[in-house]
Design a protein around this ligand. Structure first.
Ligand SMILES: Cc1cc2nc3c(=O)[nH]c(=O)nc-3n(C[C@H](O)[C@H](O)[C@H](O)COP(=O)(O)O)c2cc1C
Length: 138
């Protein structure tokens, strides 16, 4: 589900309302209001598993994660930048209802897409070779 233009502000305002009704601090409310306007396009990736009798729900959930990651790869390959965030709104029933989530549907992530304002700062990366294990017969 794509959020762009004024829809981002509207969704953010509605998120702020949710928090206001719960007595949240003003700073938290304002953060929620601005949460969807960090980038010009936000893609809410929704996992919508179906029981077809053969595809495990787990694999369908993983596929939604793969969609998020592929969006990031595609954005980067095309010269855009992207960030995959969940934050509280991905796990909140009221926020989900705003997006029209049906029973069993879950938000895999909000992928924020746009132009990078600054290079992404480097961070300590996992030592992948140390984490790779090799199975040997017992
Ligand atoms: C499923 C998922 C959910 C994430 N949710 C958040 C989040 O809610 N808040 C946050 O600050 N970063 C979140 N991140 C992390 C950022 O997307 C990003 O990975 C992080 O800023 C580090 O970037 P780097 O891995 O390119 O160094 C999430 C990442 C993943 C994979």
């Amino acid at each position: 589900m794509v959020l762009e233009g004024g829809a981002r502000e509207s969704f953010g305002a509605a998120l702020g309302q949710i928090l206001r009704a719960r007595g949240a601090a003003q700073a938290q409310i304002e953060e929620a209001e601005k949460s969807m306007t960090r980038a010009p396009v936000v893609v809410a990736v929704i996992s919508s598993p179906v029981d077809d009798g053969r595809t495990p729900a787990w694999e369908q959930a993983l596929s939604a994660g793969a969609v998020c990651y592929n969006l990031l790869l595609a954005a980067n390959a095309s010269g855009w930048a992207g960030v995959w965030l969940t934050e509280w709104m991905a796990y909140d029933a009221e926020a989900g209802a705003l997006l029209g989530l049906r029973s069993g549907e879950r938000i895999a992530g909000f992928v924020h897409l746009g132009t990078a304002r600054a290079p992404t700062p480097e961070r300590v990366r996992a030592a992948v070779p140390e984490r790779v294990t090799r199975w040997t017969a017992p």
